[in-house]
Design a protein around this ligand. Structure first.
Ligand SMILES: Nc1ncnc2c1ncn2[C@@H]1O[C@H](COP(=O)(O)OP(=O)(O)OP(=O)(O)O)[C@@H](O)[C@H]1O
Ligand SMILES: [Mg+2]
Length: 373
């Protein structure tokens, strides 16, 4: 049996240069996908039986979408957006304008989550734990007396660890103000200063809306990093240390967690999804403080989904650990959007429902607190 074929536009941004700290265009494109990733996703969409129209999210994208409007059932959007600080909202906003259904959150949520400070304000309103923070619009502002070193300085609206280099972890006022000045100038946006949490770090992938499926958490490991690198997922770690040839193990999945702690993290993520009105899929970065209390660091609305397992792409790793094939993972993301829009999709490629819970049993069944769902 075949799935009901959808006419899908697949929208993406393509990386023209490999990530490299010294090259401005490469840093600007760090969030974009490699051609091999884009081909891999398109291939999987076709393998699922869909008709796929590829559209690069450049200045021509709106017209291409408009021309296809009457043909399309749905848009599978992985575009980070071409430029500027609301970029992830650009394609969803075009699709709202054209009234074409698409996978993922609405423009408001996309733009909000790209601004880490606004995100944190919403989280704080909902009493969702997130590190204490202060925004700096210029390097002459005074550090609040509530803020405790060590601190981390980051550009407020970037992803893929852009601007988050090893020296963003600062221990005194001199280092702090030097970094704030550098980042404001380089990224032309305010700097976000947060208290640095030194506990374990996880990234949690979610699929679906009602119900939401929490995939096995991925732990970011810092133990084996060279001594000169701070315990954080910096630009250096993400793009230099963490490569397919590296001998250093930088992530592990499923994270070795006490079941009760897992439930605490799961609840934190589900509350975050609800508070921000996140749709269909996302990946949430969580880090524990020194007492082991989990905090939300930030939300990735359009998580990377590099098909090649050697690349350690976190969302596909979580899905694989749960027992899903790459195509099953993509199908589940599409299905979440189809269910919201009442778009019929044949259940032929539906993964076995036990996969949602098998990994839980395998990971936690030895623990007293664990009760099979
Ligand atoms: N307040 C904090 N305390 C401890 N570590 C932090 C904090 N903020 C950021 N980090 C570290 O820096 C990394 C990158 O930060 P963050 O997730 O905010 O950046 P990003 O560029 O949006 O990441 P992504 O690649 O997920 O898009 C985190 O994964 C974490 O290791
Ligand atoms: Mg992150």
């Amino acid at each position: 049996m075949e799935t009901k074929k959808l006419n899908l536009a697949f929208v993406y941004n393509v990386r023209h240069k490999k990530p490299c700290l010294a090259d401005e265009q490469a840093v600007a494109e760090a969030e974009f996908d490699e051609p091999v990733t884009i081909n891999g996703i398109a291939h999987s969409l076709r393998k699922l039986g869909h008709e796929v129209y590829r559209i690069e999210a450049n200045e021509e994208a709106y017209l291409k979408l408009k021309n296809l409007k009457n043909k399309l059932d749905l848009v599978f959007n992985v575009a980070e957006g071409l430029q500027n600080h609301d970029r992830e909202a650009q394609i969803p906003a075009m699709l709202e304008n054209l009234n074409i259904p698409y996978v993922g959150s609405k423009p408001l949520t996309q733009a909000l989550c790209l601004n880490k400070a606004y995100t944190k304000k919403v989280l704080a309103y909902h009493q969702i734990t997130t590190p204490r923070f202060q925004m700096f619009y210029n390097p002459n502002e005074k550090l609040s007396r509530k803020m405790r070193f060590p601190l981390i300085v980051k550009p407020v609206s970037e992803g893929s660890s852009k601007g988050i280099t090893n020296d963003c972890l600062v221990n005194n006022q001199m280092e702090l103000y030097k970094k704030i000045g550098e980042l404001i100038e380089k990224f032309n946006q305010p700097a976000l200063v947060e208290e640095f949490l030194n506990g374990r770090e996880f990234t949690v992938s979610l699929i679906g809306n009602d119900p939401v499926e929490v995939l096995p958490p991925v732990e970011i490991l810092f133990d084996h990093l060279p001594n000169n690198l701070a315990p954080m997922d910096s630009y250096e770690v993400k793009w230099i240390i963490d490569n397919p040839e590296s001998q250093i193990q930088t992530i592990s999945c499923p994270a070795q967690l006490d079941y009760k702690k897992f439930l605490q993290i799961k609840k934190l993520c589900l509350r975050t999804k609800q508070a921000l009105d996140i749709l269909d899929w996302c990946r949430i970065d969580v880090r524990m403080d020194s007492e082991g209390c989990p905090h939300v660091l930030e939300i990735n609305q359009i998580p990377g989904i590099i098909p090649d397992p050697k690349e350690n792409s976190r969302f596909p790793l979580a899905a694989r650990t749960a027992g899903y094939t790459y195509e099953e993972m993509i199908h589940k993301i599409i299905k979440a959007a189809c269910d919201r829009h009442n778009i019929p999709l044949s259940p032929a490629l539906e993964p076995a429902p036990e996969k949602a819970t098998n990994w839980l049993v395998k990971t936690f069944s030895g623990q007293k607190a664990f009760k099979p769902i």
